[in-house]
Ligand binder design. Structure first.
Ligand SMILES: Cc1cc2nc3c(=O)[nH]c(=O)nc-3n(C[C@H](O)[C@H](O)[C@H](O)COP(=O)(O)O)c2cc1C
Length: 215
C-alpha cells in the first residue's frame, strides 16, 4: 500500500475486539520496525515494555478511567519509556552495538562517535532538559510503531491519558533510570468502533495552514 494511503487509513482505535489477540510474530515485526527508528546521535534513549495478560492487568491503576475500556480490550500494551538521567551503561551498549554492526571500523571512529554522543547528551544534561530530549526520541519511536502496526494490519491507540507517576512506580522504572513517555495499545478494532475513518473522517489542518515555503 502507498504510504499516504496507510496514513489516511490508520486511525486511533477506541473499541477493540477483546477476543482477538495479535500473534507474537506480528508483535515482534512491529518491534523490529520500531528498533530502526532514527534518534539524535543514534542515542536510542528508550525502552519498550510489551505487556499482555497479568502484567497488562497489573498496570490498570495507571490508566485514566476514560481510557480503561480500550486498555482492557486491546491485545497488548507497550509502555515506551525514556531515560530519566544519563546512563553510562546505556551509552556503552549503544557504542558496542555500533561496533558489532560494523559501523565503526577503527578505534579513531569509535572514540569520535563516543565523544560526539556524550557531547550531545551532556548538552541536554547541562541545559536541564535531558528528560525532554530523551522523551522526544521516544516519541519518534512511537510514530514508527503505530505506522508499522498499521502496515501489518494491527490497530493501535496512543495513550497520554495515564497517571505517569503511577506507571513509573508500577513498572519500577526509577531503578532503571527511566520514566514513562507514552503507552501504545495494539489489537484489532471492534465492529462497534465508531472512530473508523469511514464513520468519522480524519481531520487535519490543510497544507496551506501547516506549510510555509520559503525560497
Ligand atoms: C501522543 C498522543 C496521545 C494520545 N492520547 C490519547 C488518549 O489518551 N486516549 C485516546 O483515546 N486517544 C489519544 N490520542 C489520540 C488522538 O486524539 C488522535 O490521534 C487524534 O485525534 C487524531 O486522530 P487519528 O489518530 O484517528 O488520526 C493520542 C494521540 C497521540 C498522538
Amino acid at each position: 500500500m502507498d504510504f499516504k494511503e496507510l496514513l489516511e487509513q490508520r486511525y486511533t482505535t477506541k473499541y477493540y475486539d477483546s477476543s482477538r489477540k495479535v500473534d507474537e510474530d506480528t508483535v515482534t515485526r512491529i518491534l523490529e520496525c520500531t528498533r530502526l527508528t532514527p534518534t539524535s546521535a543514534n542515542s536510542q534513549p528508550y525502552h519498550f515494555y510489551v505487556l499482555t495478560g497479568a502484567s497488562k492487568d497489573n498496570l490498570r491503576p495507571a490508566i485514566k478511567d476514560f481510557n480503561m475500556q480500550r486498555y482492557d480490550g486491546a491485545s497488548h500494551a507497550v509502555v515506551i519509556t525514556c531515560k530519566s538521567e544519563l546512563d553510562e551503561d546505556h551509552l556503552k551498549a549503544v557504542l558496542e552495538a555500533e561496533i558489532r554492526d560494523g559501523r565503526l571500523p577503527d578505534a579513531e571512529l569509535v572514540a569520535a562517535q563516543d565523544k560526539s554522543r556524550h557531547f550531545f547528551s551532556n548538552l541536554h544534561v547541562e541545559k536541564g532538559d535531558y528528560n525532554a530530549w530523551t522523551c522526544k526520541q521516544a516519541y519518534i519511536a512511537f510514530g514508527t510503531m503505530v505506522y508499522a502496526a498499521a502496515a501489518y494490519g494491527v490497530d493501535s491507540t496512543a495513550l497520554e491519558g495515564i497517571d505517569y507517576e503511577k506507571c513509573d512506580e508500577i513498572m519500577q522504572l526509577a531503578d532503571r533510570k527511566e520514566q514513562t513517555a507514552v503507552i501504545v495499545l495494539l489489537g484489532y478494532r471492534s465492529a462497534k468502533d465508531s472512530n473508523t475513518v469511514d464513520k468519522r473522517p480524519k481531520s487535519r489542518l490543510s497544507l496551506e495552514q501547516l506549510v510555509t515555503r520559503l525560497n
